[in-house]
Design a protein around this ligand. Structure first.
Ligand code: NI
Length: 394
């Protein structure tokens, strides 16, 4: 069976790609500042004699052609960046960079795509061309858009596109693939409140921005509860408030700032949340004689899988994992993913591969300081990605 042959061959390189992954984990880099990570990837690709383009919006595109390169082009995308957070793990490959951690497993995504590249380079009996995309700055910093603006879809003849993300709440050996919604749209809420500062003992002479902020927090929580259809998903979280001086118990400050995020799936729900915030924030502030300004920024659209491409990936996954291990109804996540921008350009799907096992360190969720990528995934993830390429032309 082809899937078995594929996985057996990739398993021979398991230790090498585990070492590669752990090295990336120990030296994480953030956003577009990925010089070490890029050099490591480029060195491996060059060692395998794979053509690469390293001038695509901070990312790298490796190109591997099959026996009939005029056939359809298929792209596979891995993100390369880490997070600005302190790792709490103490194992030997834990981050050596203070305040920086591969807390989302992008180190593992790179390792899986590299092992896939290795396999495809040695097994060229597929038609079409595989484009392996190593993307920078997935974590809220616009990496997907930077690659698109640099001509990703004009320079490379990509007809369909896939990405694979590890998923800590899904058991190892399973893979989640579904049509439609997978990850939510992510918007940033930034509120500036202007009041009038004064003496804490003379509140009637001041306009207290902290009182306005407090009312706004509760008011904003009414939007999901009272304005959104209960059958539609939405989250609004206020995650930061900045006001006053902690050394001054007797000074009313003149301004306050709040920041938060809205997560939705449907455009009309996203529009409704933004509209209600725009109406409510100045109105609540005006009720207290203050002013408030909302800066609402749409960061990532929702990640929505194409039904045909999801069905195609399901077939490939069923051969590799067994039909019973392809999960078709894993709950969509309110987290966000900038792969959504690529899915707006080309049909494709975002797949989630289970990494939970009975060794506790692989059970921490994404962005937790005890998280680590499960290296057992490397051959399976790589075989899944390579399987998409082989089936692309079958
Ligand atoms: Ni991630």
């Amino acid at each position: 069976m082809k899937a078995q042959k594929r996985i057996n061959q990739i398993k021979e390189w398991h230790q090498a790609y585990t070492d590669f992954r752990r090295d990336l984990h120990a030296y994480p880099e953030i956003g577009f500042d990925l010089s070490r990570t890029r050099e490591k990837i480029k060195a491996l690709l060059a060692g395998l004699k794979i053509d690469l383009h390293d001038d695509v919006g901070g990312g790298i595109v490796a190109v591997i052609s099959g026996n009939d390169p005029m056939m359809r082009g298929i792209a596979l995308r891995a993100d390369m960046d880490a997070l600005p957070m302190q790792e709490a793990n103490t194992f030997t490959h834990a981050s050596k960079i203070p305040g920086c951690m591969h807390g989302c497993g992008h180190d593992g995504h790179v390792a899986m795509l590299m092992a896939c590249a290795h396999y495809l380079q040695k097994n060229r009996d597929f038609s079409g061309t595989a484009y392996l995309i190593f993307q920078p700055a997935e974590e809220g910093k616009g990496g997907a858009m930077a690659m698109i603006k640099a001509g990703l879809f004009e320079r490379f003849a990509i007809d369909r596109i896939f990405a694979l993300h590890n998923w800590p709440t899904l058991p190892f050996g399973k893979i989640a693939i579904q049509p439609g919604r997978v990850m939510a749209a992510c918007d940033r809420i930034n509120i500036e409140i202007g009041g009038r500062g004064g003496h804490a003992a003379y509140p009637h002479l001041a306009i207290d921005p902290i009182l306005v902020a407090s009312h706004l927090v509760t008011g904003i929580q009414s939007i999901v509860a009272r304005n959104i259809d209960p059958y539609q998903e939405a989250v609004v979280s206020i995650c930061g408030i900045e006001a006053g001086n902690m050394d001054a118990m007797n000074v009313i400050p003149d301004k306050a700032r709040m920041i938060g995020t809205a997560r939705t799936f449907l455009p009309q729900v996203q529009d409704a949340v933004e509209k209600r915030l725009r109406e409510m924030i100045p109105a609540v502030a005006a009720g207290f004689g203050a002013e408030a300004k909302l800066d609402y920024e749409r960061i990532d659209p929702a990640t929505v899988n194409d039904a045909c491409q999801a069905a195609f990936a399901e077939k490939v996954a069923a051969e590799l994992f067994g039909t019973e291990n392809v999960v078709r109804d894993l709950q969509p996540s309110m987290g966000a993913e900038d792969f959504s921008y690529m899915l707006l350009q080309k049909p494709g799907a975002y797949l989630r591969i289970g990494q939970q096992n009975d060794r506790t360190r692989c059970n921490a969720f994404l962005h937790n300081d005890l998280y680590d990528f499960n290296d057992d995934l490397i051959p399976y993830g790589a075989a899944m990605l390579a399987g998409l390429v082989e089936a692309n032309s079958a």
